[in-house]
Write a protein that binds this ligand. Structure first.
Ligand SMILES: [Zn+2]
Length: 339
């Protein structure tokens, strides 16, 4: 039977769904594997007008991580309306773990950083809790103390600072939203188990070799920059790494989607910045991936595709980044082994 054109409705590519369903599907995939585990790391609880709601905060981690291993860290789903990251996790989790393991790398993945927001489609969480006084919201991970003692959550370009610290430190003692508090707990544990370095001074950071977690990728979409056409751009949180290093990845992305090269981008920041010729914005904004840089990770990337980008394309871009960074890490490994 020939279907009439007017009746044809394409299946939605991927939609928000109960977090429990998403996580159960992902768990079922990972539980088939002997080489990785799906772990519940914490519970997020909210009181809503409909009653109490709880959500699992989970991670997926390779088995048998040894001190000499190199690890790729991935986070998805911090902003609830940005479903491309969780979609990439749901569709490609096996492919990602396989690709990393075949390359001799391990993974630590937080596939749904804000489960209630994912479920509701809200940017923050189901009760829009962005923390108490002094909190900077769900991605409030580190703060900077400037040379005059002032404390800020983001640095201007090349702005010197005295030190950085977690916002739960006694001097601020901010009440963070549960999503940020749980992520900080994870960072502290990854530090204690030696997968990230202890808090380093800038000089130590520049001299230290990377810790086992050598790269960190955070998958986002940008629904904030007004009138942005379908396109991709990216953040580099390690200003010691020239963005030229990622040129091949950017060129592959550009075969699929235009890159915002040299564009003014303001998404979610107090001051807008111009992306460089590869589509990068380099800044220290106190976010998770900025914290990963301070804790020693070498490749610290936030992936952005604009909200006007088809989900399928956003998913492709996410995978080009994940596989591209793995390829870079293997190359680096190869070079280390040269005489
Ligand atoms: Zn985002």
């Amino acid at each position: 039977m020939i279907q009439e054109k007017a009746e044809f409705k394409p299946e939605p590519v991927f939609e928000k769904m109960p977090a429990e369903k998403f996580l159960a599907e992902l768990a079922a995939e990972v539980e088939k594997r002997p080489d990785a585990v799906f772990e519940k790391r914490g519970v997020i609880k909210y009181q809503t007008p409909e009653g109490g709601k709880t959500y699992d905060f989970v991670r997926i981690i390779s088995n048998d991580i040894k001190p000499e291993d190199k690890i790729l860290f991935i986070r998805a789903g911090l902003h609830g309306e940005e479903i491309a990251g969780p979609m990439t996790m749901r569709r490609h989790i096996n492919e990602i773990i396989d690709y990393a393991h075949q390359s001799g790398l391990k993974v630590v993945i937080y596939p749904l950083a804000n489960p209630s927001g994912f479920e509701s489609g809200e940017r923050f969480n189901i009760v829009n809790d962005q923390g108490g006084e002094g909190s900077e919201g769900t991605d409030d991970i580190i703060r900077y103390e400037l040379s005059d003692g002032k404390i800020v959550d983001e640095l201007e370009e090349n702005q010197p600072f005295r030190q950085w610290f977690f916002p739960t430190a006694p001097r601020i003692n901010a009440r963070l939203p549960q999503e940020a508090a749980l992520m900080q707990k994870e960072l502290k544990e990854l530090t204690q188990t030696g997968l990230l370095w202890e808090e380093l001074t800038q000089r130590e950071l520049e001299e230290a070799p990377p810790p086992p977690i050598v790269a960190a990728i955070d998958l986002h979409q940008d629904y904030i920059t007004p009138d942005a056409p379908p396109s991709a751009y990216h953040y580099n949180h390690n200003d010691q790494v020239a963005t030229e290093v990622y040129r091949k990845i950017v060129e592959k992305i550009e075969q699929e989607l235009s890159i915002m090269r040299g564009a003014k981008i303001s998404a979610g920041f107090k001051t807008s910045m111009k992306s460089d010729k590869y589509g990068f914005i380099t800044r220290h904004d106190g976010s998770l991936i900025d914290a990963m840089y301070r804790l020693g990770a070498k490749h610290c990337i936030v992936v952005e595709t604009t909200g006007a980008t088809q989900l399928e394309k956003a998913d492709e871009v996410n995978m080009l980044w994940i596989k591209g960074v793995i390829d870079l890490l293997i190359q680096a490994k190869g070079n280390e082994q040269l005489p």
